[in-house]
Design a protein. Structure first.
Lengths: 117, 110
């Protein structure tokens, strides 16, 4: 149980285009989902917290107009990187909060590797 | 403030035990977690421990928690090459955001 998927697993795009990444909780409903960014050999950096039916809460320094988050249902959150540039190239990972052992426990997706040329 | 620290590297031989250590600063977390990340993959929840417990064992994994010293450790018995990965300890202080350590890269040599 508590399986989270992401799509696509990798994407290459041209500079200036937009890219949408989907995060799905496959066997549970997740009121809260999280989006992280990870640079090589580093820990995860929280970008935003996504709550179903409401606006996402962005961390300090994360541009909400550049990283659009939509959490339209209890099993799907999307991250759209708008007008992507090479510096946006990174590994993006989502997670969904679910029991057990507590409602805060986060289960992670497999990640999406974004490369902007 | 909130801070979780781990050593960056650990190298062991196949069949030995591995011990990965972690220290944290916020004592309000109800649970503490260990996640495993293999190359190019997401994070897998490996195990967790309730803050009122001192030890938890799950097959080859043993988690020890010293609340007084705010020290958490993960012991992997009979370490295998498939255990090679980066291991993150994490806590969720009051406020709900997961705080990660830097990750410990475990290298298992045959």
């Amino acid at each position: 149980g508590a399986v989270v998927s992401q799509h696509p697993s990798w994407v290459i795009c041209k500079s200036g285009t937009s890219v949408k990444i989907e995060c799905r909780s496959l066997d549970f409903q997740a009121t809260t989902m999280f989006w992280y960014r990870q640079f090589p050999k580093q820990s995860l950096m929280l970008m935003a917290t996504s709550n179903e039916g409401s606006k996402a809460t962005y961390e300090q320094g994360v541009e909400k107009d550049k990283f659009l988050i939509n959490h339209a249902s209890l099993t799907l959150s999307t991250l759209t990187v708008t007008s992507a540039h090479p510096e946006d190239s990174s590994f993006y990972i989502c997670s969904a909060a679910h029991r057990p052992p507590s409602t805060d426990t986060q289960y992670f997706g497999p990640g999406t590797r974004l490369t902007v040329l | 403030g909130e801070d979780v620290e781990q050593s960056l590297f650990l190298s062991v031989r196949e069949g030995d035990s591995s011990v990965i250590n972690c220290t944290y600063t916020d004592s309000s977390s109800t649970y503490l977690y260990w996640y495993k990340q293999e190359p190019g993959a997401g994070l897998q929840l490996l195990t967790y421990i309730f803050s009122n417990m001192d030890m938890k064992q799950d097959q080859r994994l043993t988690v020890l928690l010293n609340k007084k010293d705010k020290h958490l450790s993960l012991r992997i018995a009979d370490t295998q090459t498939g255990d090679s990965a980066i291991y993150f300890c994490a806590e969720i202080p009051q406020g709900g955001k997961l705080i990660f350590g830097q990750g410990t890269e475990l290298s298992v040599k045959p």
